[in-house]
Unconditional design. Structure first.
Length: 396
């Protein structure tokens, strides 16, 4: 199995390199907006414009006096942004995403993508097109032996930090030895995870720990006069730096946690939650966003694919919290403030989260036994999902 992985590193450009990259970011944004406007106007005239047409437009734009500055930067990132726009429209017409939107100078992500013709990677040094010297990259971890990047993406975040991402094949990834361990995972807010083994993993609450510093920085930003002044830019950068610190710590914790779970278990059962709908609850939106349930699931799924593990997502309508994992009785109500409860049928006292994890594990194994898909839906050709077809086992 050969998997393509992106290795992200921080680098420190010289003044000339920073100026060149800033010009490239601006030109990429300009070309993207021009192409999007041209495609939108053509669609209003009931005409369809594809990537080849926008590529021809780019050539014409470079020949005009108004857009002659596009010739000053590498043409590779400009062509790549047209390909990204084409991909965006493909997802839009397939109803997988929204209509592409125009890029903003202040709010949009600053990035440029280079293919093999736009960079040179030799002797551990990376030199981009239109540059005379390699980037000063902090190689925090080595690339796979013999790896040759196929794509390089340079970006700058809101805090002013520069990053380069190298996409290359990683032949070192291989499935882990098979094991008979299976675990049910219930995500929460009081504890980040509750496992069917009885283990509970604390919620670090990274945003809450830096909330005071963040509030002070935001108050300082609000006092600055609006505009493009240096004082406001510095205050905005401080706010972005605190947000970046929170996100880095959260991502690091999730990476360590998901890697451990994937290495220890062959089958991992989670709940198919719709986080985008759950964050509409104004009382819990901040805590749910800080827990990053969606990031946890995505990391778990792609790492399981790397190492030969299986992730099963149980139907979101499965009553994992209200179901007794001992006798299968279903409680009528289970408010969020109830953390422990006693079954009226068998008298067993349950921890709410651990009981939910046990039920998820049983339901996930039932999904596998019935031959259902990894993400069973509420409506299936048989009428009900596999998790609802097979009743929980009752102990004598």
């Amino acid at each position: 199995m050969c998997v393509k992985r992106a290795f992200k590193y921080r680098f420190y450009p010289t003044d000339a390199q920073a100026a060149e990259l800033s010009r490239t970011f601006g030109c990429v944004r300009k070309v993207y907006n021009l192409a999007l406007a041209a495609r939108t106007e053509a669609w209003a005239r009931q005409e369809r414009v594809n990537y080849n047409a926008t590529s021809a437009m780019l050539t014409a734009w470079k020949r005009t006096e108004e857009l002659a500055f596009l010739n000053e930067v590498s043409s590779v990132p400009l062509q790549q942004t047209l390909r990204h726009l084409q991909t965006g429209f493909t997802h839009f017409f397939a109803k997988r995403a929204r209509h592409p939107r125009f890029k903003s100078r202040k709010k949009s992500r600053k990035s440029a993508e280079y293919t093999t013709s736009g960079f040179r990677f030799r002797d551990g040094g990376l030199t981009l097109a239109k540059m005379n010297e390699p980037l000063d990259i902090v190689w925090s971890r080595p690339l796979p032996p013999g790896a040759e990047p196929s794509t390089v993406t340079v970006s700058q975040d809101a805090a002013g930090r520069w990053f380069v991402s190298l996409l290359c094949e990683d032949p070192s990834l291989s499935p882990l030895p098979a094991t008979d361990q299976a675990v049910g995972i219930d995500v929460g807010l009081d504890h980040l995870l509750a496992l069917s083994t009885g283990e509970k993993i604390a919620n670090p609450r990274h945003e809450r720990k830096d909330r005071a510093r963040l509030a002070k920085a935001q108050q300082n930003l609000s006092r600055k006069a609006k505009g493009d002044g240096a004082n406001r830019a510095n205050a905005r950068r401080k706010v972005a730096g605190i947000h970046a610190r929170i996100a880095d710590r959260r991502r690091d914790h999730l990476h360590k946690l998901t890697t451990r779970l994937v290495r220890e278990n062959q089958t991992l059962v989670i709940e198919d939650l719709t986080v985008r709908n759950m964050v509409k609850n104004r009382s819990l939106a901040r805590a749910i966003s800080d827990a990053a349930w969606s990031d946890f699931r995505s990391m778990l799924e792609y790492k399981a694919a790397w190492y030969g593990r299986e992730v099963i997502a149980v139907d979101r309508f499965f009553p994992s919290s209200k179901l007794c994992s001992h006798c299968g009785a279903l409680a009528k109500k289970m408010p969020l403030h109830v953390r422990t409860w006693t079954c009226d049928t068998c008298g067993t006292t349950h921890d709410r989260d651990t009981n939910a994890a046990n039920n998820l594990l049983a339901a996930g194994l039932a999904v596998t036994a019935c031959g259902a898909g990894v993400r069973p839906q509420r409506r299936t050709p048989g009428g009900q999902s596999a998790t609802k077809q097979e009743a929980p086992r009752r102990e004598p």
